[in-house]
Design a protein around this ligand. Structure first.
Ligand SMILES: [Mn+2]
Length: 268
């Protein structure tokens, strides 16, 4: 199996820096919510399907700290707390009927680490308290998520389809019904690097483009320990992203910022 990530550096997004950099490149901030396609809004690092009242979150990689620890890196354990806070902030604005995790709920491929059991169950319980149905989509890191999902009777699926939306992790090409108009994936952990004279910093972003004439939206990683994989004209991990040139970039800070197309980015 392809190991799709490198050791992530720990970079916390600093809102002051984003504001300074945005002033530099002269892009005006939009609201916390931004509609990027009919019925689809960005809400912080999650995606909101308005009519369906579904919130989609991706690539939490819970238990990543545990793996770092096993490799000899000792870092403060704030991952779950940050994820709960981040989701909590969204749930103050949005009341979803369903919440979908579009893959990589947990990090470790081969086994369930103690911390993963604890963290995943805490998050699952929190999400279940805030919606009618929780749907877990299997990511390439989720080989052993079954027993965890089973403990709370949560659905674990390969993909999820509703109206004209198709949600999957994005690591494999799936067969998709012709009537589907919108594909939503994670897996890629997209981010861009912004530079000014003195500093460069990486920011998570959404990507919006086309895959076989359907709309394709890529959700960034919700993991606070991951600052994401820098996008270039070609995607890095997902087979849905052979060419990113015409993808629209939406950077997420406290607000959502439309950065235009990948091919027009000064940094790409
Ligand atoms: Mn993945």
């Amino acid at each position: 199996m392809k190991n799709d990530f490198i050791l992530w550096p720990i970079i916390l997004v600093n809102e002051k820096t984003i504001k300074r950099l945005l002033k530099f490149i002269n892009i005006k901030p939009k609201l916390f919510l931004m509609e990027i396609l009919p019925g689809i809004e960005i809400v912080d690092l999650a995606l909101w399907l308005q009519k369906e009242k579904i919130l989609v979150i991706s690539d939490l990689h819970l238990g990543y700290e545990g793996e770092l620890e096993e490799r000899g890196f000792f870092i403060p354990k704030f991952q779950l707390k940050d994820v709960l806070q981040g989701v909590g902030k969204i749930l103050k604005k949005i009341k979803p009927e369903k919440i979908i995790i579009s893959g990589d709920m947990k990090h470790n491929y081969g086994q369930i680490l103690k911390q993963e059991w604890r963290d995943v169950l805490k998050l699952v319980d929190f999400l279940l308290d805030n919606c009618r149905e929780l749907i877990l989509i299997r990511g390439n890191h989720d080989l052993f998520l079954g027993p965890l999902a089973g403990k709370r009777n949560v659905k674990l699926v390969e993909s999820y389809q509703i109206n004209d939306f198709f949600v999957c992790h994005g690591d494999k090409i799936k067969t998709i019904d012709p009537q589907i108009k919108n594909i939503i994936i994670g897996h890629e952990h997209p981010a861009i690097i912004l530079k000014d004279k003195n500093k460069s910093e990486k920011f998570k972003c959404f990507l919006k483009g086309k895959f076989k004439r359907k709309n394709l939206v890529v959700i960034p990683s919700f993991n606070p320990l991951s600052d994401g994989a820098s996008i270039s004209k070609t995607g890095i991990f997902s087979p849905y992203l052979p060419d990113l040139s015409n993808f629209q970039v939406y950077v997420v800070g406290e607000k959502v910022y439309d950065f235009g197309k990948v091919k027009d980015l000064p940094t790409s």
